[in-house]
Design a protein around this ligand. Structure first.
Ligand code: F6P
Length: 548
């Protein structure tokens, strides 16, 4: 009889209930080698996962779960281009984007995709060299000083996150802007900050049909044409100047041409790159313009190192697998609905937001691969903020609230900006938080410190709160690439165990379709409102306020 997920959870339950008799604190007390035992190194990152509710039995049960989910075979299917995104009939090959190993071949429908990958990478490199060296001139003969990336979701979050993360590597005499929201304020405030004759717009959209991106792109083009005319260009010359100021990143050449962008200035990618996994594709063009082609290649190298580790290391020593299994332990074993990612590095301030799309759009699924409703919880809620800011905001709830919230702490030993002892203080806070969460503070300890008896319940800390700590020497293009790949593969492993399709996102469609109908009702002369009474009421209220 085929084993069900329920049977698998039951095995895990048995291991867990035996292990949960002991706290993290007790486990440390009985094993002086615990930290070393539960620590891994890969691709420039150290993962210390010793401050978790685990022992050898729990880890064995978790690894067994991975093996019984055919994880090894699934990993190979992904890396070798099998069409594992079955609901869209596509391969999932973001790993091919960072494989610069000349000897390798990865085929989709009989065609080696690595050749195309390298061609686009060279095209991006040549273009970014020209722009960065001031050889690519705008309509007034001036060099490009501003780059505005217009895109949303995967065509925005990765480039934004990485541009901030790699600020020390960016060309400081260029400015980079990212417009994603269809809220006109986003575009308007960006356009206020730039001059048309020294600005390059990158229209980044896999499909080139996304409402937000296309609306912003058209508005940016109208603004550009008006500015060019103001600068004295005739209509035809202004239109010709679009080619110098607008480029596209897309899989849809026809749509790009229809928009008016010369397809010579289009940087392609392929349907086997999911939006939320597309940072190392041409979607990273704005990043390459910022950090240069060599640093961009170092980023890919970092990704590749983690890819190799993931593909080859045995599960017990495999960083993405371990991270995924610990996530499963708390999500399915302990019912923790969310997990927190807390980077103690200001440059990683948008990393939690980037991970939200990667994780929640991938595994926020309630139907398994056979089309049946799942009987277990999938897709955790991911959230977080950079430390130490979060400490003065929501950590109270993590320490003393009623929810169990496993946390990933991320830190870099060396700062790019040494000022006095600030970095030591930052890292001291990181390490101290993981200590406080794991070990807490007992009533006896409070009493020994002289805490007034009636205040003891409020000043004790239960502890036993699980954390992972990820440490690298310094945040560089290489370590950033490895970090992103680590979480990509973690999400993949969890999707395999939950038996869901991690690479489609049908859940975003309904709202998009309904918005089209609502838009008609907002703008039509006399709409016949056929929605529910709440939606109708909102539409009427809006129309009244704007005088329709
Ligand atoms: O929100 C859904 C989504 O399809 C994401 O998966 C994707 O990253 C985003 O929209 C943008 O899509 P595109 O790059 O095609 O404009």
């Amino acid at each position: 009889m085929k084993e069900t997920m329920t049977d698998k959870w039951a095995q895990l339950d048995v291991a867990m209930s035996a292990s949960s008799l002991k706290t993290i604190k007790e486990r440390f007390a009985e094993d002086k080698d615990r930290a070393a035992k539960y620590t891994l190194e890969a691709a420039g990152w150290m993962l210390d996962y010793s401050k978790n509710r685990i022992d050898e039995k729990v880890m064995k049960a978790l690894v067994k779960l991975a093996k019984e989910s055919n994880l090894k075979e699934e990993i190979e299917k992904m890396f070798t281009g099998k069409k594992i995104n079955a609901t869209e009939g596509r391969a999932v090959l973001h790993t091919a984007l960072r494989n610069l190993n000349k000897a390798d071949k990865v085929k989709v429908d009989g065609k080696d995709v690595l050749k195309d990958v390298r061609k686009v990478l060279d095209q991006m490199g040549d273009f970014s060299d020209k722009v960065r060296q001031g050889k690519w001139k705008g309509f007034a003969g001036k060099r490009i000083k501003n780059v505005v990336n217009i895109g949303i979701g995967g065509s925005d979050l990765g480039p934004v996150m990485a541009n901030i993360a790699l600020t020390p590597y960016t060309k400081r005499n260029m400015k980079f802007f990212f417009v994603s929201n269809v809220d006109s304020t986003h575009l308007a405030e960006t356009l206020r900050a730039v001059k048309a004759n020294e600005t390059l717009f990158i229209i980044a959209s896999k499909t080139f049909t996304t409402q937000e991106t296309m609306s912003n792109a058209l508005a940016a083009k109208d603004w550009f044409l008006a500015e060019a005319k103001k600068a004295g260009l005739k209509k035809a010359d202004a239109e010709a100047a679009v080619a110098k100021h607008f480029v596209a990143v897309s899989t849809a050449a026809k749509e790009v041409a229809a928009f008016g962008i010369d397809t010579k200035n289009m940087f392609g990618f392929w349907d086997w790159v999911g939006g939320r996994y597309s940072l190392p594709s041409a979607i990273g063009l704005s990043l390459m313009l910022a950090i240069g082609r060599n640093n961009y290649k170092k980023l890919l190298k970092g990704y590749y190192k983690m890819d190799r580790h993931f593909r080859t290391a045995r599960f017990e020593r495999n960083m993405p697998v371990i991270l995924a299994l610990l996530g499963i332990l708390y999500h399915n074993g302990y019912g923790a609905e969310s997990y927190c990612v807390l980077p103690y590095d200001q440059y990683l301030s948008r990393f939690p937001a980037y991970l939200q799309q990667m994780d929640m759009e991938s595994n926020g699924k309630c139907v398994d691969k056979d089309g049946n409703g799942v009987e277990y919880s999938t897709g955790p809620i991911e959230w977080g903020e950079p430390g130490t800011n979060g400490q003065h905001s929501f950590y109270q709830l993590i320490h003393q609230g009623t929810h169990l919230i496993p946390c990933d702490f991320i830190g870099c030993c060396k700062t790019h900006n040494p000022i006095g002892d600030l970095h030591d203080k930052l890292m001291a806070n990181l390490f101290a938080q993981t200590e406080a969460l794991a070990f807490g503070k007992t009533a006896e300890e409070c009493a020994a410190e002289g805490v007034e008896k009636k205040l003891i319940p409020f000043k004790t800390f239960e502890g036993n709160k699980p954390t992972n700590t990820l440490l690298c020497d310094q945040l560089t293009p290489e370590t950033l690439g490895a970090l992103v790949a680590l979480y990509e593969h973690k999400v993949f492993v969890q999707g395999v165990i939950w038996n869901v399709y991690s690479y489609d996102q049908w859940g975003v469609q309904l709202g998009k379709v309904l918005a089209k109908g609502v838009l008609t009702d907002l703008t039509a002369k006399k709409p016949a409102l056929k929605h529910d009474s709440s939606t109708n009421q909102l539409i009427v209220r809006y129309r009244k306020a704007v005088g329709r």
